[in-house]
Ligand binder design. Structure first.
Ligand SMILES: [Zn+2]
Ligand SMILES: [Zn+2]
Length: 349
């Protein structure tokens, strides 16, 4: 017998309070009921609904003069009023404009078929990057339902064993309430966040249970777009060299080229790091906690294994979903669970 630890919301009101502040819950129910009625709801219309819900709240269809909607929208849209968020938007606009209207134009011309194709591919990557970014900013990373109580099911679990596996029920001192496994208190958001990864200044939001996939895709599309842009800029610089452009023009282009290349390498490193974490089903916080746990285990002659690492493919499907066709779509998040309990290696072995 192995220890298992699950956490449940005990009362109906808790469930209601959880769904009440989740913009995608009502949307999910709506989609489910549509599917039940045999209606075909394609991914595009699902994403549109999801996005409208994220931006304007669960009652966006009847928003009219609804106070709840007004407050909800204000709260979400307020996240854009931040210097890092506005800097990202400005940066994306700058990179997009210079890549298309300066570099592609000078390299092969936007009117040529090759220029048109390159601008189309770059626009698609930049659009997906912006889409993922907006979802990351607007999505609720997941809060702990009020009245949440952990439920240690297995009486065989000794303190030593559960501590070693890092699944001890914990209480948050700031919220004075229990928090589910993998939840942490965010000092910026001033609440506990489910499966908290970190608080990201660039999206002015926490990265948690419900927006980890869009965050991962944001890093992926940002890396792809900046790498594509860097390749175009380098091609343009090579052409400039051959045609003997002025030294001022060359210096400007080399400067921009170096800066975009550095940006793509930084984002690429961040992408590799996040792929490593996701493939081990580990958050950034758990990575640092795991290092200490591994050190303590080694001192005691034991080995440490991250308790939520349930195998590469299963880990990938927990983040991205079981349908591989939807892996690269940031709003395809219907597979994401409540974030109150998680499969552990002991349960799956
Ligand atoms: Zn807390
Ligand atoms: Zn936060």
């Amino acid at each position: 017998m192995y220890p298992t630890l699950t956490s449940q919301v005990r009362t109906k009101s808790n469930v209601e309070s959880q769904s009440g502040d989740q913009p995608n819950s009502s949307m999910k129910n709506e989609i489910r009921s549509s599917l039940d009625q045999g209606q075909k709801v394609d991914e595009f219309s699902k994403s549109t609904k999801y996005f409208i819900n994220l931006a304007f709240g669960p009652n966006s269809k009847i928003r009219g003069c609804d106070d709840y909607w007004k407050n909800y929208s204000k709260m979400k849209l307020k996240r854009f009023v931040s210097i890092p968020v506005l800097s990202v938007i400005t940066l994306v606009g700058f990179v997009y404009y210079t890549t298309l209207f300066v570099f592609i134009e000078d390299w092969i011309g936007l009117q040529s078929s090759a220029g048109f194709l390159n601008s189309l591919i770059f626009t698609a990557l930049a659009s997906m990057c912006v889409f993922s970014f907006l979802v990351c900013v607007l999505a609720d990373p997941g809060g702990v339902p009020s009245g949440f109580l952990p439920d240690v099911e297995d009486s065989y679990a000794s303190d030593q064993e559960t501590k070693r596996n890092g699944v001890v029920p914990k209480k948050c001192d700031k919220c004075s309430a229990y928090k589910p496994p993998r939840a942490h208190h965010c000092r910026v958001c001033r609440r506990c966040v489910l499966r908290m990864d970190h608080h990201c200044t660039w999206i002015n939001n926490c990265v948690g249970q419900r927006n980890y996939k869009p965050f991962l895709l944001l890093v992926f599309y940002a890396t792809a777009a900046t790498t594509y842009s860097a390749a175009i800029i380098i091609s343009c610089i090579i052409k400039d060299w051959d045609t003997g452009a002025s030294s001022t023009s060359k210096t400007f282009r080399i400067g921009i080229g170096l800066w975009i290349t550095a940006l793509s390498l930084t984002l690429g490193s961040l992408l590799i790091w996040n792929i490593y974490l996701a493939s081990h089903n580990m958050t950034t916080i758990e990575y640092h906690e795991g290092k200490r746990a591994a050190w303590l285990a080694r001192k005691s002659g034991l080995s440490y294994h991250h308790p939520y690492d349930v195998g590469f493919y299963k880990n990938a499907t927990l983040v991205l979903g079981s349908n591989m066709l939807k892996w690269l779509w940031p709003t395809a998040t219907s597979h994401i669970k409540d974030g109150l309990s998680f499969p552990t290696i002991r349960e799956s072995s």
